[in-house]
Design a protein around this ligand. Structure first.
Ligand code: FMN
Length: 215
């Protein structure tokens, strides 16, 4: 399938088959694509917490309006954003880049200083929102990567983040849950959504050509 066909094939799966676990190698490739997703300044200010433990997923499901995909799927990806940009976190990323490139580039070091003097002072609430936006990019990449593996998934923000943070002990790690993404295989016989046409706004509404306001 080409990319467009994959986007038609995937859908926000409502009913997964609990008897069909996703193989570990597929999960690893999905995670690797998420890791390769771009982020602002390359900070990657979120982590993915992989949850397979059945009891933990039961508790998370209860904090997510009972959404069954969380327990019917075999793996649950929890996208958890940094609660703030600290100098330690920024420096860690810049040091990693230097190590990966085997060089300390002056322009990159100038950029490090710019972020260090700007980001930590913006306040945790602002920084968390910025970090959370980066997690959504990773979610998008992971959704497509799952489809490319023939794996079904559901993007989810219908859950109580504070409850999920408590269940997984995220706040103590400086993280806050932003998104859930169960992985599994569709139960086509029992999923009300699987046979319905994909619905999107028409291209003419979705894309417009720019014109000067006074033209
Ligand atoms: C950020 C985000 C949050 C979503 N939250 C939920 C959710 O909590 N539960 C759910 O069943 N679907 C959820 N969806 C699925 C959307 O309703 C779905 O993607 C949209 O209707 C388009 O349909 P499709 O993904 O099947 O093409 C979410 C999607 C996104 C992108």
């Amino acid at each position: 399938m080409d990319l467009q066909q994959l986007c038609q094939w995937r859908y926000a799966t409502k009913k997964m088959d609990p008897a069909r676990p996703v193989p570990a190698d597929k999960v690893e490739r999905i995670l690797e694509i998420a890791r390769l997703a771009p982020t602002s300044s390359g900070l990657q200010p979120y982590e993915i917490v992989l949850v397979t433990d059945a009891a933990l997923r039961e508790r998370i499901r209860a904090a997510a309006n009972g959404q069954a995909q969380i327990t019917d799927g075999s793996h649950l990806l929890v996208f958890a954003a940094w609660d703030d940009y600290t100098p330690e976190r920024i420096n860690r990323v810049f040091d990693q880049t230097n190590a990966d490139r085997g060089a300390t580039l002056p322009g990159w070091e100038d950029y490090r200083q710019r972020l260090l003097s700007a980001y930590p002072q913006r306040g945790a609430a602002h920084n968390f929102e910025h970090a959370a936006r980066q997690a959504y990019i990773g979610l998008g990449f992971a959704l497509l990567a799952a489809a490319n593996e023939g794996v079904d998934s559901t993007p989810m923000e219908g859950f109580d983040p504070a409850a999920v943070d408590a269940i997984l002990g995220l706040r103590a790690r400086g993280l806050r849950s932003v998104l859930l993404m169960p992985l599994g295989y569709r139960d086509a016989a029992n999923d009300w959504l699987v046979k319905l046409n994909k619905s999107r706004r028409p291209m003419a509404e979705f894309v417009s050509s720019a014109a000067a306001p006074d033209a």
